[in-house]
Ligand binder design. Structure first.
Ligand code: AMP
Length: 217
């Protein structure tokens, strides 16, 4: 099964995807996490991505598609995959189709998480994430057991630089301009698209998200 988790920054894609991937033993593929790892490791890719990420812009499609292709090659064909934060443009969506066809797979379903902008801005201001394992917390709605410490791996939590207010408004604009058109792209696709209201508690959203994904399986 290949499922895409679509939605604006701050809607909770990472939180939901990490939890479901754990429960289903699925691979959680977050291009944002892959890029942050590349930056931390100081690779060529990380250096190339840095400026775009810090400005809230999208990293070029060819860079992202090469990254995803390489990453997918390391995932067993029978493993379920949850894409989080990818694709983000129609070029990436078309590219993904090609990459999946090459390995005998296709997109089986899309889940769109939706919330009003005010909720997204608040979430992003309270978001803390673990640079070591990618777990995501929120000081308002989903705090770590011990302040600033990751429950899963004990790493020190950080507030991402691109969650600063100016970058957040640019990221929301970029979402509306470049990523939101994917909703109609996937609505006209044979794979089902489910909408889940995400301005609710993590558990409530998770229940509906899980049901939507189970429907695809
Ligand atoms: P995220 O953690 O998914 O919010 O991603 C953080 C940043 O990484 C984004 O603001 C982009 O600069 C970059 N990024 C992540 N995924 C993609 C993608 N699929 N296409 C282009 N840029 C991406």
């Amino acid at each position: 099964m290949v499922v895409i988790l679509l939605g604006p920054p701050g809607v909770g894609k990472g939180t939901q995807a990490v939890r479901l991937a754990e429960e289903l033993y699925a691979a959680h593929v977050s291009t944002g996490d892959l890029l942050r790892t590349a930056r931390r490791e100081g690779t060529e890719l990380g250096k190339k991505a840095q400026e775009y990420m810090d400005g809230g812009e999208l990293v070029p499609d060819d860079v992202i598609l090469a990254l995803v292709r390489e990453h997918l090659a390391g995932i067993a064909p029978e493993t379920d995959v949850l894409f989080d934060g990818f694709p983000r443009t129609t070029v990436q969506a078309t590219g993904l189709r090609t990459v999946l066809t090459e390995v005998g797979r296709e997109v089986d379903g899309v889940v769109l998480l939706e919330a009003p902008d005010e909720a997204l801005v608040k979430r992003l201001s309270g978001r803390r994430s673990c640079p070591d394992c990618g777990a995501v917390y929120n000081v308002y709605s989903n705090p770590a057991g011990v302040e600033d410490t990751c429950d899963r791996c004990g790493g020190s939590l950080v507030h991402r630089a691109d969650d600063a207010p100016d970058t957040v408004s640019r990221r929301l604009e970029v979402y509306r301009e470049q990523t939101a058109p994917l909703v109609s792209y996937y609505e006209s696709d044979p794979a089902p698209l489910a909408r889940v209201r995400a301005d609710r508690s993590v558990d409530e959203v998770y229940g509906d998200f899980r049901t939507a994904v189970e429907g695809v399986r």
